[in-house]
Design a binder for this molecule. Sequence first.
Ligand SMILES: [Zn+2]
Length: 205
Amino acid sequence: MAPAAMPTTDNATDSGLWQAGWYRFAKALRSPNFGPRPASAQTDLIVLHSISLPPGEYGGNAVQQLFTNQLDWDAHPYFQGIRGLEVSSHFYVRRNGELWQFVSCDDRAWHAGVSSWRGRGNCNDDSIGIELEGLEGEHFEAPQYETLASLCAAIAQHYAIAHIAGHEHIAPGRKQDPGSGFDWRLLREHLGWNPRMFPEQVAQR
Ligand SMILES: [Zn+2]
């Protein structure tokens, strides 16, 4: 039984895990790169990505800097090619499983670009984006799968998630992340979700 003095929130649907779309177990670092979701949006999709800056180099802070418009474009030759890019994701999972959050899941982050899935375009409108520190085609670390699985489960407790897909699935030909090194079967086993929630390409893999 709940104690009588338990504080209440404005939003009665917020569990202890969530506060206005912010996940309790993530390090919060607010990005300016977001906007409101369309009023009609039903957030039912999780999109998985991979990212590292420069590509293949792990452990630095360039991704957090990129998502907060703080990246020094002159610090590395690779950054010249993405100069001025304004993007974000809701979450970022480091190689050691450390979890960061940049945008409230109640808001629209800028991770998917031109995209389409389950018959709907503009996937940023109604998806939650999760970046994994990594490189397309390379493997991911066990702590990343553990963090990812617990995060996805927590998201699904709070949002009516019906689909999960990679950037490569919602923007085929244009994007390849998280790539062939990502173990969809392992994530599926961790989550125990219906295979029909996953892309056909990976549901049987
Ligand atoms: Zn991506």
